[in-house]
Design a binder for this molecule. Structure first.
Ligand code: PLP
Length: 441
């Protein structure tokens, strides 16, 4: 193959995350630039971005406004600590975010990633109960098939078997709700599935097992993204909310994927009409141009910490790069682009067309389920005998050869393009995926 751009000489030194390194380094999939809906591969081909990078480039690539904001920020204030000092953009961005989050989630703590946002929220939950004199509440409840990043807190409340297999027993004092994937009842659902709200009632059982006085928080993704797009059954999140209320347990929504318009609303909390006590976010916050995450906490949670002598730190937590000036600049520019372009409304407008197109893949060979909501879709293929995940892996490689970036989890192809995708590009993406699915064994 001739490359328009040189492939790096040393492919060995970079230990790649969440990648089969040996396979990749034999057949590298390297992208060298990106603009709007497309990457350019090292061999000079346009690659349609069917996954918004990693569910994060919501406004499309190379937005000039963000580039300018980052440049200006780097030229003006390269770094300022957020411990005991601050930069003005941090306050401005927190204020903008809180105008988007549902009330009363108006106190914003900055991190550098979704994983850090999750660990931050879990720590706040435990410290909040302690601050109120309820220090026995330390137990955290997650959900099977939940993905909450890669920190020890996140993998402990997450429900991914590989994390237990590779990293052992993880944090103690954690329990899990059942996942909400009911293929026998709900396959090929459009939007929210009908069946499964009662799965939330398992929280009652778990709470009774451990006693409410030991339980600090429940954390779920309102829509589970990384484990294959599991859309919450109708009424499910409402039931979780009311059980948490009944027992004084904090409810945390992990909105790292679903935040910033992916479901056609500011946050999934708005789409589903359920307000949690905290939300984690990252990815779309800066359109992924600079790493940044955040936790939005309710005013009541924040206020619970604001006691004691005023010279003493109230929450013993933070990162060197919390509210980094360049990330704040990128965040402010990204939120402005979303607002000016009404990009979240655009997701809502495209959803019907997207749904229809995604579900047209049901006719393709070996497709056993299709799920969708907002500008997210999942095409689940049957696993090959004795080789679970191989078909999905091959689909990802073939899609790249054909000119699209898609994300796979096992044998599930997940699609989540930037919000600027046109109807023609939706057709192109879906047709390409159809060919991929038909062509692989
Ligand atoms: C729901 C959710 N939480 C947390 C994370 C972790 O985010 P990061 O990779 O930025 O640490 C992700 C990443 O995909 C996610 O989907």
């Amino acid at each position: 193959m001739t490359y328009a751009h040189p492939i790096p000489n040393d492919l060995d030194s970079f230990w790649m995350p969440f990648t089969p390194n040996r396979q990749f380094k034999k057949e590298p999939r390297i992208v060298v630039s990106a603009k709007d809906m497309h990457y350019t591969s090292a061999d000079g081909r346009p690659i349609l971005d069917g996954s918004a990078g990693l569910w994060c480039v919501n406004a499309g690539h190379g937005r000039q406004r963000i580039v300018d904001a980052i440049t200006q920020s780097a030229n003006t204030l390269d770094f300022a600590p957020s411990f005991q000092y601050a930069n003005p953009a941090a306050f401005e961005l927190a204020s903008r975010i809180s105008s988007l989050t549902p009330d009363p989630l108006n106190r914003i703590f900055f991190t550098n990633s979704g994983s850090e946002a999750v660990d931050t929220a879990l720590k706040i939950a435990i410290a909040y109960h302690r601050a109120r004199g309820d220090g026995t509440r330390t137990r955290l409840i997650g959900r099977e098939r939940g993905y909450h990043g890669v920190g020890f807190g996140g993998i402990s409340v997450g429900g991914i078997v590989a994390n237990r297999k590779f990293f052992g027993s993880l944090l103690t004092g954690v329990d899990h709700l059942p996942h909400t994937h009911l293929p026998k009842l709900n396959s090929f659902s459009k939007g929210q599935p009908e069946h499964g709200a009662e799965l939330a009632d398992d929280l009652e059982r778990i709470v009774q097992l451990h006693d409410p006085s030991t339980v600090a928080a429940v954390i779920v993704e309102p829509m589970a993204g990384s484990t294959g797009v599991l859309v919450p059954p109708r009424g499910y999140l409402q039931r979780l909310r009311s059980i948490c209320d009944k027992y004084g347990i904090l409810l945390i929504f992990d909105e790292v994927i679903s935040g910033f318009g992916r479901l056609g609303t500011n946050f999934a909390a708005d789409r589903f009409g359920v307000v949690p006590d905290m939300m984690t976010m990252a990815k779309g916050l800066t359109n992924a141009a600079v790493p940044m995450g955040a936790v939005a906490a309710s005013e009541a949670i924040y206020d619970a910490f604001m006691t004691g002598p005023e010279h003493v730190i109230e929450l013993f937590h933070g990162y060197t790069y919390s509210a980094h000036p360049m990330a704040c600049a990128a965040g402010l520019a990204a939120l402005e682009i979303y607002r000016e372009g009404s990009l979240f409304d655009r997701v809502a407008e495209l959803e019907g067309y997207w749904e229809e197109k995604i579900h047209s893949l049901a006719e393709a060979r070996k497709v056993i389920d299709i799920r969708n909501i907002g500008l997210v879709g999942a095409i689940e293929m049957s696993p090959r005998d004795g080789e679970p995940g191989k078909r999905g892996f091959e689909a990802m490689i073939k899609a790249f050869e054909k000119g699209a970036m898609v994300r796979v989890t096992g044998d599930i192809i997940a699609l989540s393009p930037p919000f600027i995708i046109s109807k023609d590009q939706i057709d192109e993406l879906v047709d390409l995926v159809r060919d991929v699915v038909n062509e692989i064994d």
